[in-house]
Design a protein around this ligand. Structure first.
Ligand SMILES: [Zn+2]
Length: 184
């Protein structure tokens, strides 16, 4: 793998499921940037996230993108105080139910053990389960879309006053600060 994962993907979202939705960036722009452009890219992202997968197929990529967009739409609906689409909820629940990953504590680190038969489906199951935990959890009222320029990425506002406006201070927050400075 020659590409540096951090140059290709935004890996800084605290919520695993939202880090996954961030594999499309600039969602508020006319042409959002798809970063999962190939099976190799999906392999790269999954491996960087701690899933030991190889041999990702084009079908796997299609499944991953379908799940990702369902998570994004449900999260955005919740952020807007709206009811999520039942088809998206079905997609999410189906992927979560199909996963066979097992968590293990190894050398003081959490690891995911995937089956040999459906490793990518198992990894997607973990992502879907994480999404369910957040989208249906006690902090669901803190799910927001980033106000950074063109971003609209999902994040969980864990700030005490629930007044965070950006998916990440390091990227979108900084962009806003810099443009304010330039304008002043
Ligand atoms: Zn952002």
């Amino acid at each position: 793998m020659t590409e540096d994962v951090r140059r290709v993907f935004r890996m800084d979202n605290e919520v695993l499921a939202f880090r996954f939705t961030a594999t499309v960036s600039e969602r508020a722009n006319m042409e959002p940037r798809e970063r999962l452009t190939s099976s190799a890219r999906l392999t790269m992202w999954l491996q960087a996230t701690g899933f030991d997968v190889t041999g990702v197929s084009p079908d796997d990529l299609e499944d991953a993108v379908e799940l990702r967009e369902a998570i994004y739409r449900i999260g955005s609906a919740i952020a807007a105080g709206e009811q999520p689409d039942s088809k998206d909820v079905r997609t999410l629940n189906t992927v979560a139910a199909a996963g066979h990953a097992k968590a293990a504590l190894e050398h003081e680190r959490a690891e995911w053990h995937l089956t040999d038969t459906t490793p990518v489906g198992d990894a997607l199951g973990v992502l879907a389960t994480d999404a369910i935990r957040i989208l249906g959890g006690p902090d669901r009222g803190r799910i927001k879309n980033c106000e950074g320029p063109g971003c609209a990425g999902l994040y969980l506002d864990t700030s005490r006053g629930a007044n965070r406006r950006w998916c990440s201070m390091n990227t979108c927050g900084n962009k806003v600060k810099k443009s304010r400075l330039a304008a002043s």
